[in-house]
Design a protein around this ligand. Structure first.
Ligand SMILES: NC(=O)c1ccc[n+]([C@@H]2O[C@H](COP(=O)([O-])OP(=O)(O)OC[C@H]3O[C@@H](n4cnc5c(N)ncnc54)[C@H](O)[C@@H]3O)[C@@H](O)[C@H]2O)c1
Length: 250
């Protein structure tokens, strides 16, 4: 129960990896804020956490919108009965497409959900955090930040931006007792990726991953929880690959 009673807000936690870390942190005692643009999905996750004996609160909102994000963070602070100990910047819209196909609408949606939400998540955390305790910001980047994968222009730009911002904030917020780290999950089937990668393609990918399998949300949640925990008390500005060796082996 490493997170007993700690309010932790998670963006995009209505499904996929966000749902995975929400359930994991709640099982370790955290009071979890499950925020998602798809409000019914947030409630479904919260119902499951409560049924398992955990504490969680659901919020709907477009977290690419600053005032909506602040509204969610303030509501969570109230519902949790105290200031925030951490924020997990997980929300994202995934689209893979050739560069000529990228429309203004898609780019706006992706930048808003995937990058602006990180800025607002950090700001909302700073405005609602527990000043008497160490703070924690965990950002979700990707192996694509390291490699030029064709047809991922918008997504890779966002994930590389998050990698850079994580380092900036580690230096900027470290002196205030806030650790800022990122994870790079690789090849983890979720509702988002399954729209672009078929089961056959995932099976083919596994043959080339050094550990010879794809990842699971629980693989990601365990490593993310480590970075959020006091066991990682001197880790700041890191990008932790959770990818079976994809980045390392190239
Ligand atoms: N699955 C992978 O293999 C993988 C690999 C590398 C990185 N990641 C990263 O992990 C994170 C989660 O990925 P996933 O595969 O679970 O994606 P997902 O699409 O399944 O989940 C993203 C969630 O964000 C929510 N969301 C989207 N826009 C929002 C907005 N404006 N406001 C609030 N919520 C919003 C969605 O409704 C959804 O519930 C993302 O940041 C992704 O880039 C995933």
């Amino acid at each position: 129960m490493r997170f007993q009673g700690q309010p932790i807000l998670i963006s995009g936690a209505g499904r996929g990896l966000g749902e995975g870390i929400a359930k994991h942190l709640a099982a370790e005692g955290a009071v979890v804020g499950v925020a998602d643009i798809n409000q019914p999905s947030a409630h479904t996750v919260v119902d499951a956490i409560r049924a398992a004996g955990g504490e969680a609160h659901a919020y709907g909102g477009d977290l690419g919108n600053r005032s909506e994000y602040f509204g969610v963070a303030e509501a969570f602070r109230y519902d949790a009965g105290g200031p925030l100990r951490a924020v997990v910047n997980n929300a994202s819209v995934l689209v893979y497409e050739p560069i000529e196909a990228v429309t203004e609408d898609t780019l706006d949606r992706m930048l808003s959900a995937g990058l602006k939400s990180v800025f607002w998540g950090v700001q909302a955390f700073l405005a609602n955090r527990d000043e008497s305790a160490p703070g924690n910001i965990l950002n979700y980047s990707s192996p694509v930040a390291y490699r030029g994968r064709p047809n991922t222009g918008a997504y890779t730009t966002i994930k590389a931006g998050i990698a850079g911002l994580t380092k900036v904030l580690a230096g900027e917020l470290g002196p205030r007792g806030i650790r800022v780290n990122a994870i790079a999950p690789g090849s983890v089937p979720t509702p988002a990726t399954e729209g672009f990668v078929s089961a056959e393609q995932y099976a083919e990918r596994a043959k080339h991953i050094p550990l010879r399998r794809n990842g699971t949300p629980e693989d990601v949640a365990r490593a993310a929880a480590f970075l959020l925990s006091d066991e990682a008390a001197f880790i700041n500005g890191a990008m932790l690959a959770i990818d079976g060796g994809i980045i390392a082996a190239g």
